[in-house]
Design a protein around this ligand. Structure first.
Ligand SMILES: NC(=O)c1ccc[n+]([C@@H]2O[C@H](COP(=O)([O-])OP(=O)(O)OC[C@H]3O[C@@H](n4cnc5c(N)ncnc54)[C@H](O)[C@@H]3O)[C@@H](O)[C@H]2O)c1
Length: 438
């Protein structure tokens, strides 16, 4: 196992963090990193900056901070870039998003206003509620080539040794993989034929992989989750992962549902609804775009509860999810969950969750952890789907032969064991043998 550790390239030099989409999440993320660097904020919500990991047996009393255990890029070495069809610089975009207070933003203005988006690859047909003006023109092949030039040009200009791409742009209209997504050859043929079935997020993923840049997908878009792109990532030796940042209601679902299931409590229904008024909410107000999000959100309970194994407990579950665009709330989403559970002798009970959250405040640290772990995966020579990063996603990308893991705590064990494995440490199986041997 030590052989793997010795193969992890050091995190020397600058790391380009490339963000398609420089809206609320992306600008809150950049602002937060700048605030942490300036000592204005603590790195709350980040495993890579705050979490400890246990090493060896409990009796060894060896704990390390993840950032000391694994060679990760330093925050000082990150350089931010991105694309957006709205030409606002990161300061203006953050001010419009109204996630952070004007006082907070004023302190970060010099760093943020320098970051200007590159012209996007954008298609109004897949994000109807957005009026973009700052986008590239050309055939899909030309657009892919232009993005490749952007990536290389950005890295050269900023003297970056490596790059990682995290999709922070809008949710596209719902799409299922078609014939053009089944193999790399079919995808490239469709790219050359300027097929309308190749959506912008797929062109970004293709460009990233072409440049050897890990691609992590924060939206539920198909993007890199189809056979052609997985084949390309494997072929080029590039790490990919997705989909859809796990924040808010789905985060709560993957915390609460595994607990109820662990106690073999039944469930008749889970009703989730929320209101939010940011641009993401506006885009999701279009039924075609909401469908993409709905599929991502609905998949969670099915896998955790396994109704096929437990028909008496979960066989008749009614799971309902809705999102309502309600402008006054801005980024401050309010979610309501009603969970109808069933206990001893079939007696019903209810759990109510009222989560007053802040969407981008929950998503921003995920962007940083994904960027740092994505870069680490690349330096460790890992390629293809990075299932160990499922912890961060609502709808984890997974191999076709296995089911996705949604339980947050299983996902965390998996993430930590993956780090231990690469770094040549014993995997922890929680058998408790250190106790019984003492
Ligand atoms: N905030 C959360 O809790 C959360 C959780 C899960 C997923 N997400 C997803 O993250 C994404 C970003 O959310 P947000 O709140 O920042 O939304 P936002 O609307 O504020 O920002 C998205 C940005 O992407 C830009 N964009 C759209 N199409 C683009 C393209 N083709 N190329 C480049 N830029 C493009 C838009 O102009 C906009 O500035 C959304 O897809 C959202 O569904 C957010």
């Amino acid at each position: 196992m030590d052989q793997l550790k010795s193969k992890v390239a050091p995190a020397d030099g600058k790391l380009a963090v490339l963000l398609p989409g420089m809206g609320a999440v992306a600008t809150t993320f950049i602002a937060g990193v700048e605030a942490i660097k300036a000592g204005l904020a603590k790195p709350i919500g980040l495993l890579t900056q705050m979490a400890h990991i246990r090493l060896g047996k409990r009796s060894e009393k060896r704990w390390s901070m993840i950032k000391d255990f694994v060679p990760l890029a330093k925050l000082e070495d990150l350089v931010f870039g991105g694309w957006d069809p709205i030409p606002d610089d990161a300061y203006t975009a953050a001010a419009k998003a109204k996630v952070l207070s004007p006082e907070h933003l004023a302190q970060l203005k010099p760093a943020l206003e320098k970051i200007k988006p590159m012209a996007a690859v954008f298609d109004r047909n897949v994000v109807k509620r957005l009026d973009g003006t700052h986008f590239k023109k050309g055939t899909k092949r030309e657009l892919a080539n232009a993005l490749i030039q952007d990536i290389r040009g950005f890295m050269d200009k900023n003297k970056c040794a490596r790059a990682v791409m995290v999709w922070c742009a809008s949710t596209e209209a719902y799409q299922e993989a078609g014939p053009e997504h089944q193999s790399l050859a079919a995808f490239e043929k469709a790219l050359d034929a300027d097929s309308p079935n190749i959506f912008p997020s797929q062109i970004y993923a293709y460009a990233a992989i072409s440049c050897g840049v890990p691609y992590l997908n924060g939206a539920p878009n198909l993007s890199a989750d189809f056979p052609a792109m997985i084949e390309y990532a494997e072929k080029k030796g590039v790490a990919i992962g997705g989909k859809d940042f796990k924040t808010g209601q789905t985060l709560m679902k993957t915390i609460i549902a595994p607990g109820l299931k662990a106690r073999m409590l039944g469930m008749d229904g889970w009703f989730s609804t929320n209101i939010l008024g940011n641009r993401d909410g506006e885009v999701l107000d279009d039924p075609a775009n909401f469908k993409t999000k709905e599929v991502s959100k609905l998949s969670v309970l099915e896998q955790i509860l396994e109704p096929e194994k437990y028909p008496e407990l979960y066989g008749d579950l009614h799971h309902k999810v809705s999102i309502h665009y309600y402008k006054p709330r801005g980024d401050n989403k309010e979610g309501w969950d009603n969970i109808d559970i069933v206990g001893w002798m079939g007696y019903p009970m209810q759990i109510k969750v009222n989560f007053l959250c802040r969407d981008s405040i929950l998503a921003a640290p995920i962007v940083l952890d994904l960027a740092l772990f994505g870069d680490f995966a690349a330096r460790a020579g890992m390629k293809g789907i990075q299932e160990w990063l499922s912890f961060y996603f609502k709808s984890p990308q997974h191999a076709a032969s296995v089911y996705p893991e949604h339980d947050l705590f299983v996902q965390k064990v998996r993430l930590e064991n993956n780090l231990r494995y690469i770094m040549g440490e014993e995997l922890i199986n929680y058998l408790g043998s250190d106790y019984t041997n003492e």
